[in-house]
Structures are given as structure tokens and as C-alpha cells.
Design a protein around this ligand. Structure first.
Ligand code: SAH
Length: 566
């Protein structure tokens, strides 16, 4: 999977492609199959518009394996090709698996993928890249851990070899051992692999091995400049830098994260030691360590596997799935789910957030164990993992975000405080229900949970009474449950004291989920039996009104204005 760091997406248009798609998926277990809605059953995800989906994937740098005619894909992506920017691998595969054609992303490893898929399907890939055909590898696309110094020079170099020049390899290039290069010990042209800073000579293909780690502290002024100076002093080429290492105590220092970003390398952390040199030697054994004031660098004999250097800063995201339908989930939440290593939550919601890859660990718990779940999430994130806690709707509305913050507030564990914590919003049930009914929340409204599990019933009565008096539209979450069967009736009695029996009431059940129902009744008609724990109740104010809609239902809205007192 050289050069490919994002999981590919397999796009299919019809049910006839599913079997081939599954065979391809067997070589990329992280890839999900996206099927055309209404046409394909049994895919992992569904899309509505082929063109928009393909273009969005391309722009997000996602490798695409499309099971359809090459022409369709070419026409679809053509408008994007003149733009500079990302170019992920794009391949087309014949529906029956009889042909594999790499189209785009030569430098992103498309030919490698084409070969892998061809092998899985028992056909040979339609490779058309001359260098690749001749040498059995793309010299311009070295594997992970190596970086090409200059692409333009590289292209000239490959042309020279294709024109008959011979070549010699200097340094360690294990991936070239099986390549069919025109090798000769007397060759003028050389492929040079190393980490040293050297002038690019016309006759060489310079490839940097990413085998250097630099240990830093956040205290130093102008960190990026200092790191570059140190590399220069130690005669190390900048692309050979694999990652920065800092002490765990400095995990939240913005200067470190900014420097890593500016240098486009990863940032890792290790326990503090008596010196940076010591810390580095412990984290990167077998390296040659050198140091300067406020800095130390380590040069390893081979590319560094950054997953084995110290640990990452852990991340904890509390996300809102929205009501349930995938198209109501915000893109930031989708991206967070894709990067998650651990997913925690109530089983129903975790399942709603899927499908997940085999490498993602699911921790499903009962709905009531919120604090325990929040603490478990911090424990995982504090180990450097990327953790997601799922809520339905919005995580900040009667859900996990407050529990997670409460757990953090109570804790004195410095490792928990260092976790990168983010709350990502979702479409809350009241908003999703309101949107389907029209605009019942178009004016001032009040949101309440009718559950007295975590607050006394007397406070619920008081708030209901005052909110009803204030003529606010009322949105009730947790309106009723098996263990609280009578309270909704009591609540409605209270509201009826201040509100007309003709007041419109919206009942949204399983909104955005299979089998959703939306009902509009009046306050006079409303019975607790019409409501269950999967229902959102919106009680109108004195100005909320209804009128018939063309499909036979009713629109409900609350005007933006309020009548002036006579
Ligand atoms: N965080 C969630 C709310 C959790 S409280 C959100 O922002 O939507 C759980 C209550 O939300 C349920 O008892 C029900 O009243 C309401 N609810 C959640 N999802 C719903 C849906 N899809 N349709 C209708 N009501 C829903």
C-alpha cells in the first residue's frame, strides 16, 4: 500500500458489482463499499448522486475504486483535473472483475493498487506507465519512510534510464531489490538513498530516508528555525526528519504542535528524562544521538516507524450523530468516526454510527453508565489513543458531553488534562422534528427533559409551570418511560392550566430513522399513550398555528413576531 495513507472507497452502481467489490475489499479490509441508494442492497454505505460522491471523494484525497465504465469516471472527474491539488489513486474495475485499469494518481501508488487488485481478482492490471512496466516499480513513488527529493529531476532521471542509461544504487533501498533496473557497477547514474544533506547532482535520483528524530522543548524561541539550524549543523536533509519528540509534561504546548505542523511531521511524547539526549536515546534505541542547546537529534540506521517512538497525544471527541439518518450527520463527525481507534457509547448509538473497520475497537455499554463510560474514554485517550464517545442528536443536549466534562472536572490526573478534547455538534431531536413539521420553534422556546432520574420532580413542575406561563413553545425530551409512566400526564395537566386545548402539538417518533412517524394533534387531544421514550414532544405557544399542506398533512409554525399588548 505504498503512498496510500487513506482507506480507499469502493463505489458501485448496481447489485451485479457487489461480489467483485467484496473480493476487492478482502485486500483492503479498511475500505467501505458505497452503493447507489435504491439500486444496491448490502453495501456498507449509500450515496444518492454518483457524480457528487465521486468528486467529493476525489477532493478529500480518498483513493477511489469504481466498478463501472472508465468513461463515466473520466467524464465525472474531468472538471477537477485541471486544478492543482490532491490526486488520489483512481482505478476502475470491470463489474465482473475481468479488468483493472489505473486511471489517476501515479504518484499516489495507483499502479501498486492496480497490481494488488489484479492479483486478488486473478487478472493482470492494465499498467501503462513506461517506467513502471520496464522496472517493475515506480521510482518516483518510494515506499513509506522514504521521500523523493525532487519530482521534476526524478522524471528526467527515469527518462534517461528508459533511454538506455544504466544505474547503480548507493545506500540502502530494500524495496528496489526486486526491481528490474538496468544495473551496472560502472553506471554514471545513481539512485542515492540517505539522510545526509547533499547537493542534488544531475545524474542522481536522490531519495531521503526518514530516519531522523529531533527532541525539543516548548520553551525555545522560534522552534522551527532552531530545528532547521540544528539539521543544517548536523548535515541532515530536512525531508529526512521523521518526527519531533517532546516530554509528556509539554503535551499541550501550542508551540510544539505549531512547529510539527510547520515542518509537516508527526509529534510524539516520551516521559521526561534528565536530558533531551537521554529521553531521545530511550525512545529511539540504536540511534546515533547528537545535541545542541535546547535540542537533540537522533539518526537511525533505517527509516523510523513513528508508531514506535514515544506516544501520541490522545484525543477524545464527543460527537453527535444527529437523529439517525446519515445525511443529517455533520462531515466533521464522519471524519472523526473514520479516525477513531476506540468508540464508546450506548449500543444502539454505536451501531448507528457504524459500519466500523476491523481495527476499530467498540466498547458498548448500557445507557445508564454514563460517568463510567466518560472515565473509560479518558483512560483510553490518556494512553494516546483516538477515542470517540457517541451520543444521538447533539452530544450537549441531555447527553454525553456534560458527563465527559464532569469526569474531567473531577479528575486530578494530569494525563487526563493533557488529552485533546473536542465536542462535535449534531442535529438535536427537537430541531430534526421541528424541521419535519415546519417551524414550530420559529419563536422563543424552552427545552426540557421530563426525566426525574437526575433532578427532583418538583423542579420539573416549577419550570413547566413558569415556561407555560411565559408562553414559550415547549420541547420535551425523555417525555415518558416504562419506569416513569405517570409523569407526562401530570406535566400536561400543568401546561393545560395556561394553554388553550386547541394548541398544536407535534409528536415526532424515531425521526430520521427507519419507521419514523410525525403526528400533529391538539393539546386537548394529546394522551400519554400517544408518546413513548423514542418520541419528541413539541407543544405550541399561543401563536403557534397550522394549515394544510399539499400532501394531506399539516404545516405547523410559530410566527417570528409576537402580538403587541393591546
Ligand atoms: N442528545 C439527544 C437527546 C437525548 S435524550 C438529542 O440531542 O437529540 C433522549 C430523548 O431524545 C428521547 O427520549 C426522545 O425524546 C428524544 N429523541 C432522541 N432521538 C430522537 C428521534 N430520532 N426522534 C424523536 N425523538 C428523539
Amino acid at each position: 500500500m505504498a503512498g496510500m495513507n487513506k482507506a480507499p472507497v469502493i463505489v458501485i452502481l448496481g447489485p451485479g458489482s457487489l461480489a467483485t467489490a467484496r473480493r476487492i475489499q478482502a485486500c483492503y479490509p479498511q475500505a467501505l463499499i458505497h452503493g447507489l441508494e435504491g439500486r444496491v442492497e448490502g453495501a456498507d454505505r449509500y450515496y444518492a448522486a454518483f457524480g457528487d460522491t465521486l468528486r467529493a471523494l476525489y477532493q478529500q484525497d480518498t483513493p477511489i475504486i469504481a466498478l463501472c465504465a472508465a468513461g463515466i469516471v473520466i467524464r465525472t472527474l474531468a472538471p477537477l483535473l485541471s486544478e492543482k491539488g490532491v490526486e488520489p489513486p483512481v482505478l476502475v474495475v470491470a463489474e465482473d472483475g475481468s479488468a483493472v485499469v489505473p486511471l489517476l494518481g501515479g504518484l499516489g501508488g495507483v499502479n501498486v493498487m492496480a497490481r494488488e487488485i489484479g492479483e486478488a481478482l486473478g487478472v493482470s492490471a492494465a499498467i501503462t506507465t513506461s517506467g513502471e512496466l520496464r522496472f517493475g516499480t515506480c521510482l518516483l513513488n518510494p515506499p513509506e519512510g522514504y521521500a523523493l527529493a525532487d519530482l521534476e529531476q526524478g522524471k528526467r532521471f527515469v527518462s534517461d534510464l528508459l533511454a538506455g542509461e544504466t544505474v547503480r544504487v548507493e545506500g540502502d533501498a530494500p524495496w528496489l531489490e526486486h526491481a528490474q533496473l538496468p544495473a551496472s557497477d560502472e553506471a554514471q547514474r545513481t539512485i542515492h538513498v540517505g539522510s545526509a544533506l547533499r547537493p542534488a547532482s544531475r545524474d542522481e535520483l536522490l531519495i531521503h530516508a526518514r530516519c531522523v528524530v529531533v527532541a525539543v522543548t516548548a520553551g525555545s524561541a522560534d522552534l522551527v528555525h532552531q530545528i532547521r539550524e540544528e539539521l543544517l549543523r548536523a548535515n541532515i536533509a530536512e525531508p529526512a526528519l521523521a518526527c519531533l519528540l517532546a516530554s509528556e509534561a509539554e503535551m499541550t504546548e501550542p508551540a510544539l504542535h505549531e512547529a510539527a505542523k510547520a515542518l509537516n511531521v508527526a509529534l510524539r511524547f516520551a516521559p521526561a528524562a534528565e536530558s533531551l539526549e537521554r529521553m531521545l536515546a530511550d525512545a529511539v534505541p540504536q540511534a546515533r544521538v547528537g545535541s545542541a542547546v535546547g535540542l537533540a537529534h537522533a539518526v537511525c540506521p533505517a527509516p523510523v516507524d513513528i508508531d514506535r517512538v514515544g506516544r501520541r497525544r490522545g484525543r477524545l471527541a464527543v460527537i453527535g450523530l444527529g437523529p439517525g439518518a446519515a445525511e443529517l450527520m455533520v462531515p466533521a463527525v464522519k471524519a472523526e468516526l473514520a479516525r477513531a481507534q476506540d468508540v464508546l457509547g450506548y449500543e444502539t448509538y454505536v451501531r448507528m454510527a457504524g459500519p466500523f473497520r476491523n481495527d476499530q475497537v467498540l466498547h458498548c455499554t448500557d445507557n445508564r453508565e454514563e460517568m463510567q463510560r466518560a472515565r473509560h474514554a479518558f483512560e483510553l485517550a490518556a494512553q494516546g489513543r483516538s477515542v470517540v464517545v457517541v451520543s444521538s442528536g447533539d452530544p450537549g443536549v441531555f447527553a454525553m458531553a456534560a458527563a465527559v466534562l464532569e469526569a474531567l472536572h473531577e479528575s486530578s490526573d494530569p494525563a487526563w488534562q493533557r488529552v485533546e478534547l473536542e465536542i462535535l455538534p449534531g442535529v438535536s431531536a427537537s430541531l430534526a422534528t421541528a424541521a419535519q413539521a415546519g417551524a414550530p420553534l420559529g419563536h422563543d422556546f424552552c427545552v426540557m427533559s421530563l426525566s426525574d432520574n437526575l433532578k427532583p420532580w418538583s423542579i420539573i413542575e416549577k419550570r413547566l409551570d413558569l415556561a407555560a406561563q411565559a408562553d414559550l413553545v415547549l420541547a420535551f425530551y425523555n417525555p415518558i418511560s416504562k419506569s416513569r409512566p405517570h409523569q407526562l400526564g401530570v406535566a400536561l395537566e400543568l401546561v393545560r392550566r395556561h394553554r388553550d386545548p386547541g394548541t398544536p402539538v407535534v409528536l415526532g417518533r424515531d425521526i430520521g430513522r427507519p419507521g419514523q412517524t410525525l403526528r400533529v394533534v391538539t393539546l386537548g387531544e394529546l394522551l400519554p399513550e400517544m408518546v413513548d421514550m423514542r418520541t419528541m414532544v413539541l407543544v405550541g405557544s399561543s401563536t403557534t398555528c397550522t394549515f394544510p399542506r399539499a400532501d394531506g398533512g399539516q404545516w405547523v409554525y410559530t410566527p417570528r413576531w409576537y402580538p403587541a399588548k393591546p
